[in-house]
Design a protein. Structure first.
Length: 289
């Protein structure tokens, strides 16, 4: 039906494809020229070499001139020159005006002579500047070019949480070792804080330092209270002893009865005075405002 309605050529193009149709209708040579290009077609069909336009002669004679020019292969000379100059073959430059003389060099000694004469030259390394890369990296360190449109990969892929965790643990543990070596904390507090760091209690070094200061202050306060309680117990004990001795009719010597109680009481009084003096120094003066 399609062939009857649309025609034979349309049917062929529909069934066999556009290129087959072009080759079928226009001929093989036209198709080759269409697909591979004019110069390839001329060399393939006529064995011609396209002559530059500055050479004299008619247009017909230009394309009829056979390619009798045979290019000399200098692969051996280039390989030997690369070996002599200690560089890659891409950096070896052969003088195009001395091709005939260079082609006669079949040994490294001959190549060295050509290098000395200047017919073979080692070209400098091609510059691959990183100036633009450094400029872009410097801008990125300032926060430029790092928006959502520049990000490839998830946040965890760009900066893994495990790497952040390892860095934080190393910072905190280094601080604990430093404080323990400086006798700022004892080994019991070190072990306690080490386990807390492992348990993700402190998010950075500042929080850990504040916790250490609070813990040491609380420990000093507890020690002061315990000393005061001990002194109070000693005084009460000495008072009970004197009372019992007085009731029994035994003479009481106060100095011999409670020397330890007096010493503990004096220590507690001194600690209290020091604390009051420190608070007075830190308290702002009313007339300063």
């Amino acid at each position: 039906y399609q062939r009857r309605v649309h025609g034979k050529q349309w049917y062929q193009r529909r069934v066999h494809g556009k290129q087959w149709y072009q080759r079928r209708v226009h001929g093989k040579q036209w198709y080759q020229r269409r697909v591979h290009g004019k110069q390839w077609y001329q060399r393939r069909v006529h064995g011609l070499f396209p002559v530059p336009s500055h050479i004299g002669g008619s247009a017909h004679s230009k394309h009829r001139i056979r390619n009798h020019i045979e290019m000399v292969s200098l692969r051996l000379q280039k390989r030997l020159a690369a070996s002599v100059l200690k560089c890659g073959k891409r950096r070896v430059w052969l003088d195009p005006n001395e091709i005939s003389e260079i082609s006669l060099a079949h040994s490294r000694a001959n190549v060295r002579k050509l290098v000395k004469d200047g017919y073979i030259v080692r070209q400098p390394v091609r510059v691959h500047s990183r100036a633009r890369v450094r400029k872009n990296n410097e801008a990125k360190r300032k926060g430029r070019h790092t928006g959502t449109g520049k990000r490839r990969g998830t946040a965890n892929a760009r900066m893994p949480t495990k790497v952040l965790w390892v860095r934080r643990q190393r910072v905190l543990r280094r601080l604990l070792r430093k404080y323990r070596a400086a006798k700022k904390i004892d080994r019991h507090m070190y072990h306690e804080l080490y386990l807390k760091c492992k348990g993700n209690v402190f998010k950075n070094k500042r929080v850990l330092i504040e916790h250490i200061h609070r813990a040491k202050a609380e420990k000093a306060r507890e020690k002061t209270l315990s000393d005061q309680a001990e002194a109070r117990r000693q005084r009460n004990k000495a008072a009970r002893t004197r009372k019992n001795e007085r009731a029994a009719g035994v003479p009481v010597t106060v100095a011999a009865a409670a020397p330890a109680a007096k010493t503990a009481a004096d220590a507690a009084k001194k600690a209290t005075k020091k604390k009051k003096a420190a608070n007075a120094k830190t308290r702002p003066c009313p007339g300063a405002a």
